[in-house]
Design a protein. Structure first.
Length: 124
């Protein structure tokens, strides 16, 4: 009983970012995917989360689409080489991705991940 009260108090005092991170962690756990915080370079992993940002390459640059996938524990950069646009890849969209992690500029990156567009799960 005391634990439930402490959790309600913590949620009442938490910032919006903390609450969103908690929700993302719950959703990733329900999907059975690995938290980004537990991932290391050279591992093949399946991750899920929400796209926080999408970056398009300028016309004069080689085609590349990059997006930040956030799961509540951390972020990974997704990079599709040879693509300027992919239908459904937009900020706020939920994805399930699979690929090999690499390290680039002090962050984890997955190049050309296999992906599935997801609808949000209903968490009661």
């Amino acid at each position: 009983m005391a634990r439930a009260w402490k959790e309600r108090l913590r949620r009442a005092l938490a910032s919006t970012d903390e609450l969103e991170a908690d929700d993302e962690l719950v959703e990733a756990a329900l999907r059975g995917t690995t938290p980004v915080a537990e991932c290391r370079p050279r591992e093949q992993r399946t991750l899920s989360g929400v796209l926080r940002a999408v970056r398009y390459a300028p016309r004069e640059a080689p085609p590349e689409l990059a997006a930040e996938l956030y799961d509540g524990s951390g972020s990974v950069e997704l990079v599709w080489l040879g693509r300027r646009d992919i239908a459904g890849i937009e900020p706020g969209r939920r994805l399930l991705v699979t690929g090999r992690l690499t390290e680039g500029d002090h962050r984890l990156v997955i190049y050309n991940p296999a992906y599935t567009l997801l609808a949000p799960m209903v968490v009661a």
